[in-house]
Design a binder for this molecule. Structure first.
Ligand code: AMP
Length: 295
């Protein structure tokens, strides 16, 4: 695997692969790689000839009060993991390479990004969209692989690709979880061992809500109450939001109709650590027929 730090070099490598008729997939990450990231690299390898993993902790998607400085970093370990799992390139630019003096452009997103994460994390999706657009122009992919773990981010990326006519296909891969259901995240390292033991409650609350929907519940208030009640069983949890929403628009109707796709979205603080998770389900036509869902 080749390590690339300069955008111009990455662009010329990607261009030559394109000219040779190779299909390129990119996996954007902020590093501190875990099984979730690795599943995306493996998916990219299945779908393309050339896999570029990008590693960049993007300052513009963190608010000033957030964890940019202390975000966990392990570039050497990341290099080895990316290589072992089939990545052909690791694009790891310095901040000045991505945001050189004189960089004054930013993408401003509205709509799907106004709620939930966008409401709680000011400017977050503008930072994500700006860096992802740059990474697309640098790596010139045919395919870009993202995780369902950041569900609203996947909607934002679809929107970005539509709005700016990026000529690539977005692929979303399922959330990889620990044994107790906790979604893998680079931020899980912040949890104390006592907090870690309690973190499974996030998955439990999603599972409880999925179960009542499966049994025929379609009123948002009741579904949300199930999410909240389970989360509240752990006193150390502070709920940022926990809600059912339309999976395509993130609208929050009072009642979901049969056949509608619903996303359950959660953000909580466990101690000082902010964790997010989600689960997707289709409202059953007949409450007695179990529907496929995945979390
Ligand atoms: P991050 O490094 O946290 O910015 O994440 C980089 C990519 O990995 C994003 O597309 C995330 O959605 C994805 N990702 C993070 N955690 C997981 C997970 N547990 N399962 C699957 N994908 C994940």
């Amino acid at each position: 695997m080749k390590l690339i730090a300069k955008s111009a070099e990455m662009q010329s490598i990607s261009e030559s692969h394109r000219l040779a008729g190779k299909k390129i997939a990119v996996v954007p990450t902020m590093g501190y790689l875990h099984e979730g990231h690795i599943s995306l690299i493996k998916k990219a390898k299945e779908l393309a000839d050339v896999v570029i993993t990008t590693l960049f902790v993007n300052p513009t998607q963190f608010a000033p009060n957030e964890d940019f400085e202390k975000y966990p970093r392990s570039p050497e370990r990341d290099y080895n993991l990316a290589q072992e799992n089939g990545s052909d390139y690791l694009f790891n630019p310095a901040t000045e390479e991505m945001y050189p003096g004189g960089f004054h452009s930013a993408i401003n997103m509205t709509g799907i990004t106004d709620k939930f994460e966008g409401e709680k994390r000011h400017n977050h999706f503008n930072g994500v969209a700006t860096v992802v657009a740059k990474l697309f122009n640098i790596t010139k992919p045919h395919i870009a692989v993202f995780g369902q773990k950041d569900y609203q981010q996947t909607l934002a990326i679809y929107q970005l690709v539509r709005d700016f006519l990026f000529d690539l296909k977005v692929v979303v891969a399922p959330t990889i979880r620990e044994n107790d259901g906790l979604a893998m995240s680079s931020r899980n390292v912040y949890l104390s061992s006592a907090e870690r033991e309690k973190a499974g409650v996030i998955y439990k609350s999603l599972s409880d809500a999925l179960l009542v929907i499966e049994k025929g519940e379609n009123r948002r208030k009741i579904i949300n109450a199930v999410l909240h009640n389970t989360l509240r069983s752990v006193h150390e949890i502070k709920i940022d939001y926990a809600s059912a929403a339309d999976a395509d628009t993130l609208e929050e109707p009072d009642v979901f109709l049969p056949g509608e796709h619903v996303i359950l979205v959660i953000a909580v603080y466990l101690g000082k650590t902010r964790l997010i998770d989600n689960a997707l389900i289709t409202i059953p036509n007949d409450p007695h027929i179990k529907k496929h869902y995945f979390v």
